[in-house]
Design a binder for this molecule. Structure first.
Ligand SMILES: [Zn+2]
Length: 318
């Protein structure tokens, strides 16, 4: 099925439907937690929520029959048309370095008013942007790098900040291919524009790597490709503990249906292959997983279930 044949409602419509009860920006009183601390051996991990993105349900699997997709959403008690995607970023401290993994969407997208809270929430968590030594970007989609472009952020970052991204990712955005994605109207232009602006504003800080780079003790960025050509995961290891930040390799539906193509995937077949490999590995090692768009705080495990997988959210640790 051609990805371009799916008709998505404009995101503005989605936003109006879901956000009707919200004013633009952060709710006055935050009744839902937005940060979650976790430890991996000697490494401190903090999952920080940037908010949620209201996006068309069709993006979860644009290569499947709409009735099959609708049945899955119904089975999962999810709404049929517009889903709220979590948007998680991570802060890691290891070996005296403070590392941000992804940065949320920033403030440029008024049709997605319930995200873009990352910088405020870092401040609420007591994390001073001036203390950050490194940023790792899983990829350069705007919901992962946009926060670094938000007003007032760059001025507070250190001039010697290092931004780690796969060389293939920086190359891809010089001339990106959107021929196989399935996105709502306006998204390709916004993604192109944001990545271009990011490369312009941060080119002096960029530290590219080919396949793997150890950012700090036990903190390794590893290129996977798939979702985008330079998509990377971050693998944490300390003592006997492990954790993988999977970025956009897996969405909630990806456990049960790892072969469903997500609308943001630039090479969907490769994305599915990479997803299956990672899930298979994590199921075998029993290593926990955190991912951008799994429900906050997203700490979970992967189990094998027949030909596919099962998502096993971890109990919250208090
Ligand atoms: Zn994403």
């Amino acid at each position: 099925m051609s990805s371009t044949k799916i008709s998505h409602p404009p995101v503005k419509h989605c936003a109006e439907t879901v956000n009707a009860k919200y004013q633009h920006g952060r709710p006055a009183a935050e009744l839902v937690p937005s940060r979650y601390a976790h430890r991996v051996g000697q490494i401190d991990v903090l999952v920080v929520s940037d908010g949620v993105l209201s996006l068309p349900g069709a993006m979860l699997g644009h290569n499947v029959d709409p009735t099959v997709r609708a049945a899955w959403l119904q089975d999962m008690f999810l709404p049929p048309d517009v889903l709220e995607w979590a948007l998680n970023a991570v802060v890691v401290r290891s070996g005296g370095r403070t590392i941000l993994i992804d940065a949320g969407i920033g403030g440029e997208f008024p049709d997605l008013p319930r995200a873009g809270l990352w910088a405020d929430r870092l401040a609420d968590a007591g994390i001073d942007l001036g203390s950050v030594t490194d940023v790792v970007l899983t990829h350069m989609h705007m919901d992962h790098c946009g926060g670094l472009l938000a007003e007032g952020v760059k001025e507070r970052l250190r001039p010697d900040l290092r931004v780690h991204v796969a060389a293939a990712e920086a190359e891809f955005w010089a001339s990106p291919d959107f021929s196989r994605v399935s996105m709502p109207p306006g998204f390709p232009d916004a993604l192109r524009r944001t990545a271009k602006r990011f490369l312009n504003e941060f080119h002096g800080q960029l530290r590219t790597f080919e396949t793997e780079h150890e950012v700090a003790p036990g903190v390794v960025a590893r290129r996977t490709g798939g979702h985008t050509p330079g998509h990377s995961v971050v693998r944490l290891a300390s003592g006997g503990d492990r954790l993988t930040f999977a970025g956009d390799l897996v969405f909630q539906v990806g456990f049960e249906h790892p072969d469903w193509y997500n609308g943001f995937e630039h090479d969907p077949e490769e994305a599915a292959r990479v997803r299956i490999d990672l899930l298979r590995e994590l199921a075998a090692t029993r290593e926990p997983l955190v991912a951008t768009h799994l429900s906050f705080p997203s700490v979970c495990h992967v189990a094998v279930a027949g030909d596919a997988f099962r998502w096993v959210p971890a109990p919250w640790e208090y």
